[in-house]
Unconditional design. Structure first.
Length: 315
């Protein structure tokens, strides 16, 4: 799965991007579309657009906008070009039908899981179950909110597991360091006769620490990926719930529900981390010098009960 990247293009996101761009930048001058077409690439100076014709969807200079004010069929709707007009255009684009760009979406088709305009309904969805977007969005908002709460509850379990793994690793490393210190102390007493054995035991400990640290890091990396995916889902869901239009909610609802189900299907028990148990048994130096004079290092199974998790799943 591609995660949230796999979601289809949403006008809600584009609306946020467009709105941020308009609010964070000064309105830039644009050329008159009529003057630009008539210039045909000549070097003459092209007038700056100052007016927007809603009927023709064109940005015009003062001279080119004059005929639009007195068409035989009635004057066109003209507005002074600026940030406010840009904001209105953003709002219109956000509610536009995907198939009929001049129509605004009014209904949500439950069978096809998409927003549709009245023309779409008449042509392809007349026999489908549909409802007004505003009413359907209220139901979807409740479901998205419930999905988000369940994801958050599992997120807390994953975070607790991550913290416990770090605690267990630190405890293991500290204990292994303590054992290593004892090995060195024992080896110092025997000096040169046991240097080789001391080196072998230390090497075994260091290998155990390295392998265990790699194991813990691997589990941590997978946990962090899961946490990042959940945080991304939560941030996206809240942004949609707080700022999204009803049509934005209905467009994203099913994909978000599917993504939430995928996130909740991660079984946290597969991220379990069990460091080996290390012990050191000093050798009896009174025995023959041909025997093991330093002691033994054992890296046994994890001693203790594993954590038990309650996973909240969709029914």
């Amino acid at each position: 799965m591609d995660g949230l990247k796999g979601l289809q293009h949403h006008f809600f996101i584009q609306q946020l991007v467009d709105a941020r761009k308009v609010s964070s930048e000064e309105f830039r001058e644009v050329p008159c579309v009529v003057c630009l077409e008539e210039s045909e690439g000549s070097s003459e100076q092209i007038a700056t657009a100052t007016t927007y014709c809603v009927d023709c969807k064109q940005k015009l200079c003062e001279r080119c906008s004059r005929p639009h004010r007195r068409w035989a069929g009635g004057a066109h709707q003209l507005k002074s070009l600026g940030a406010e007009v840009e904001q209105e255009l953003i709002q219109l684009r956000a509610g536009a039908c995907d198939k009929h760009k001049d129509e605004q979406v009014k209904l949500y088709c439950h069978q096809c899981n998409e927003n549709i305009c009245l023309m779409c309904f008449a042509v392809n969805h007349a026999k489908h179950k549909s409802g007004e977007i505003a009413k359907v969005a209220d139901d979807f908002r409740s479901r998205i909110g419930a999905d988000d709460q369940q994801v958050l509850s599992v997120f807390d379990v994953f975070r607790q597991n991550s913290q416990k793994i770090k605690f267990d690793l630190d405890k293991f490393i500290n204990h292994a360091d303590s054992v290593e210190k004892r090995v060195y102390e024992r080896g110092d007493k025997i000096k040169r006769l046991v240097d080789k054995q001391v080196g072998e035991l230390v090497c075994k400990l260091q290998s155990a620490k390295s392998d265990t640290a790699k194991q813990a890091q691997g589990v941590q990396d997978r946990l962090q990926l899961a946490l990042v995916a959940m945080e991304s889902f939560h941030a996206y869901s809240r942004e949609l719930l707080d700022k999204g239009r009803p049509s934005d909610v209905t467009r994203a609802a099913n994909e978000l529900h599917t993504r939430a189900t995928e996130l909740l299907q991660n079984d946290v028990t597969k991220f379990d981390f069990r460091p080996p148990h290390v012990t050191f048994t000093p050798a009896d130096v009174t025995q023959s010098c041909h025997s093991n004079l330093v002691g033994q290092v054992e890296c046994g199974e994890y001693q203790g009960r594993p954590m038990v998790y309650n996973i909240v799943r969709f029914i």
